[in-house]
Design a protein around this ligand. Structure first.
Ligand SMILES: Nc1nc2c(c(=O)[nH]1)N[C@H]1C(S)=C(S)[C@@H](COP(=O)(O)OP(=O)(O)OC[C@H]3O[C@@H](n4cnc5c(=O)[nH]c(N)nc54)[C@H](O)[C@@H]3O)O[C@H]1N2
Ligand SMILES: Nc1nc2c(c(=O)[nH]1)N[C@H]1C(S)=C(S)[C@@H](COP(=O)(O)OP(=O)(O)OC[C@H]3O[C@@H](n4cnc5c(=O)[nH]c(N)nc54)[C@H](O)[C@@H]3O)O[C@H]1N2
Ligand SMILES: [Mo]
Length: 730
């Protein structure tokens, strides 16, 4: 309520929050956790309320705002102040060399972009980013437009997020998505939550975990940090029943060292092999690679497992035995696994662990990569994909009726390299905050400044509006919460949650300004003006989003009867072979065990490993405030969490000022003036907040295969500014 009241006022707060995640309301723009079939009146969490209130703020960022505030002045504002300025209210243009944005009409803005696109010497000089809030309809039209220009340059936030999950699962079980439903949580014996902080980032998942525990499941939490949501949980709705007790959701917390998960997982598998129920018939009939894996595990030494994981053998044995005795195991994970050099391989170790017991395609068991952005999974499903398969493009050709470019495009990291090398003329962003989300802030900023025209379709002011190409545009759009009115009437859009359920979302609030437009409308205007109507009647399509959905039905698999099935109260589930039929669409129709060597996670004596993470008061690069309540850190985000013993060893007290330097292939990057705080984190490990620490993430430090920046594995040294502990303090 507080978040709503301060940003929206009382009436709008009540009206808005009661529509979140309701069947006829809008999908929460926060995370991608699914909604239960039977919904309560309050189907949102604290952080969802923040996300909704933040979008429903009144519009203030208009021509007058930009006349008053120059780019150089705004650049000195902290992120949370930029966000508080309000909603973007009208299209704005930044001329080359100018220090102020000035207003531009929609038609002039659209013409400017299409002229530039049409003037490029090759379609691959255009790059089109997407952040995961974009609806299925907008994303589908957008990729159709981009491909009609002749390129697959469709990088998206997923490249920095769950790309490793998509790759890791795709290669082994034949689908790059999770295989569980919400109902499976109630039938599970053991739930492993690894490399994820649901208390902050997917709070409604805690409800599912609480219910699973009521039904007898045990929870193993694998995380360098004892994340509060899992260690001491109070269901917010229990307050209404006057039950103030907190319970520990996790039955076992394994404080693994950063990057030590592969070692731990091998240890767990050794225990399961020794003591466990293996699903022999499943292994024999439906998998390959089991014998090699057994050989690989036999050669893996317990000493290495214990050293790399940083855990005691006894704890690994205990967790291993819980898994060995489980008849239904679910594994959930997020960025703690994906944003590592071995992100794909470590996810495949999770796959190995579950396949051994046949924990896929049966009730209460399976894989649950928990997605971030509310429609990031849907965006990929409908074509936001820089490396589409030929089969996928064949489907699009059939449905859309024009030839698709077949050569793969740039992902996020390659886009930055291309911009840096002067190979990009237009960089177009459908949402997001590229400059702050991307790694290696300084390099990315130089890359952006090297582009002749950058365009941001956005709801709120952010740093990507200030660090731009030579010329820049802001195209303000409607958010999830708002009425989207087109010539045929009010429209709804569709989204896909983390468990493959596609459902409706319909905004009900009055748009923040009369001069903002829907994402599908913006795409249609741009396409109409750039490529014309010889293939698709773009403007006709967006008069009624049913027409877009009909086009999707003809182009994508799993979308039969789209318009009618998505009107069912709970939407519908996309087909998922491993989940529905225990079948695997791999090259040999089997699930694959894979054998990977242990990654080398040694660093030099004076070096630390730094992970970057989210506080409880931010949504990615949107900073709501300076508090991280569950971690007890208040009033400052430029903090470095360090083990107290590591601090004492250096003679540092709490709030000692330090500089951090990252080291990668002989390059160094330094970020100055951080305050060290003691924290319960393994020795040799550090944590700092994203996006403040992004300047330390080397552009070329990426995961094998998925090319995801290693935001959770940054090798650093830390230098104090001279103050140290007195003897008494020590
Ligand atoms: N309120 C809120 N909700 C959000 C977001 C937000 O910013 N705010 N962001 C959304 C998005 S896009 C995403 S992708 C998700 C992100 O959700 P999470 O992945 O939960 O987010 P992170 O803060 O990146 O946290 C990663 C967790 O991994 C742990 N970790 C780091 N390194 C390792 C490791 O080597 N091994 C293990 N086992 N654990 C490790 C960290 O301690 C931390 O608890 O949340 C989504 N939901
Ligand atoms: N170091 C480090 N870097 C990371 C991460 C990390 O853990 N550590 N996490 C990575 C991950 S998982 C992700 S997903 C990315 C996130 O990268 P992005 O998705 O690019 O970043 P966001 O902060 O989610 O984008 C916020 C902006 O989106 C715009 N916006 C909000 N809603 C809408 C909408 O409905 N439509 C449109 N058009 N615009 C909208 C607003 O203007 C807002 O300022 O960051 C990645 N970067
Ligand atoms: Mo994400």
């Amino acid at each position: 309520m507080v978040h709503g009241l301060t940003k929206m006022g009382p009436t709008k707060t009540i009206k808005t929050l009661l529509m979140v995640n309701q069947k006829d309301g809008f999908d929460c723009p926060g995370c991608a956790w699914p909604d239960p079939e039977h919904r309560t009146t309050f189907e949102f969490c604290e952080n969802g309320a923040k996300a909704v209130a933040d979008e429903a703020m009144p519009a203030r960022v208009n021509a007058a705002f930009f006349e008053q505030h120059s780019i150089s002045e705004l650049s000195a504002w902290p992120d949370y102040k930029l966000n508080r300025a309000g909603r973007l209210a009208e299209p704005m243009h930044l001329a080359e060399g100018s220090n102020h944005y000035s207003p531009i009409s929609w038609s002039d803005a659209i013409t400017l972009v299409s002229d530039r696109l049409n003037g490029m010497s090759s379609p691959d000089r255009g790059v089109f980013y997407t952040s995961g809030r974009t609806s299925n309809e907008a994303a589908f039209l957008y990729q159709a437009f981009v491909r009609s220009t002749g390129t697959n340059n469709l990088p998206d936030c997923s490249n920095m997020c769950h790309e490793s999950s998509g790759k890791g699962l795709g290669q082994t079980i034949g689908i790059g998505k999770g295989t569980v439903t919400l109902e499976d949580f109630n039938r599970s014996d053991v739930i492993v939550v690894i490399g994820q902080n649901p208390g902050t980032n997917h709070p409604r998942m805690l409800t599912a975990l609480r219910d699973a525990k009521h039904n007898g499941a045990s929870i193993i939490h694998v995380n360098p940090l004892p994340e509060a949501g899992l260690m001491a949980f109070k269901h917010p709705q229990d307050y209404m029943k006057a039950n103030f007790r907190s319970t520990s959701l996790a039955d076992l917390h394994l404080p693994v060292r950063i990057g030590g998960d592969a070692a731990l997982l091998k240890g767990l598998m050794k225990v399961v092999l020794r003591n466990g129920r293996l699903d022999r018939s499943f292994i024999d009939e439906q998998t390959t690679g089991f014998d090699q894996l057994k050989g690989n595990l036999a050669q893996t030494d317990w000493d290495d497992i214990i050293r790399d994981s940083g855990l005691e053998r006894e704890h690994i044995e205990r967790a291993g035995n819980m898994l060995a005795n489980s008849t239904a195991t679910i594994a959930c994970w997020a960025m703690g696994l994906t944003q590592h050099r071995n992100g794909v391989a470590v996810i495949q170790e999770v796959v190995n662990l579950l396949l051994m017991g046949g924990h896929v395609g049966r009730p209460g068991a399976g894989f649950c990569p928990v997605r971030g952005h509310s429609n990031v999974q849907g965006d990929r499903t409908v074509g936001i994909w820089e490396a589409p398969t030929d089969a996928f493009l064949d489907g699009l050709e059939l449905g859309l009726g024009f030839p698709m470019p077949r050569h793969h495009g740039h992902d996020v990291v390659r886009s930055i390299q291309a911009m840096k090398d002067g190979l990009v003329d237009v960089f177009f962003c459908m949402g997001g905050n590229f400059i702050s989300a991307a790694p290696d802030t300084t390099t990315t900023a130089d890359a952006m400044r090297n582009v002749p025209l950058t365009v941001q379709v956005s709801t709120k002011l952010n740093r990507s509006h200030l660090v731009t190409g030579k010329e820049a545009l802001i195209l303000p759009c409607l958010g999830r919460t708002e009425v989207d009115s087109q010539p045929s009437g009010h429209q709804f859009v569709t989204v896909e949650n983390s468990m493959g359920v596609v459902h409706r979302s319909e905004g009900k609030l009055k748009p923040a300004s009369k001069d903002i437009r829907s994402e599908p409308w913006i795409v249609a205007e741009l396409a109409h003006s750039t490529v014309g109507d010889q293939h698709l009647q773009w403007r006709h399509l967006v008069e009624d989003y049913d027409r877009v959905r009909d086009l999707m039905e003809g182009s994508l698999s799993g979308f039969d009867d789209y318009n009618s099935r998505v009107r069912q109260p709970n939407g519908f589930s996309l087909p998922n072979l491993p989940r529905d039929e225990r079948r695997f669409a791999t090259s040999d129709n089997k699930a694959h065990f894979t054998s990977h060597p242990l990654p080398d996670i040694d660093v030099e004596e004076d070096q630390f490993v730094l992970m970057t993470l989210r506080s409880h008061d931010q949504y990615n690069t949107t900073i709501y405030g300076l508090h991280d309540r569950y971690r007890g850190i208040h009033g400052n985000r430029r903090v470095l969490m360090m083990n107290a013993d590591d601090m004492v060893e250096r003679g540092w007290k709490s709030r000692t000022k330090v500089d951090i330097t990252s080291h990668f292939e002989g390059e160094q990057r330094t970020a100055r003036d951080w305050l060290v705080v003691p924290y319960e984190i393994p020795r040799g490990n550090l944590a700092a907040y994203f996006p403040e620490a992004n300047s330390l993430v080397p552009l070329n430090s990426t995961a094998d295969q998925s090319n995801t920046p290693t935001s959770k594995w940054i090798v650093v040294t830390v230098n104090g500014h001279g103050e140290s502990l007195t003897e008494e303090e020590e």
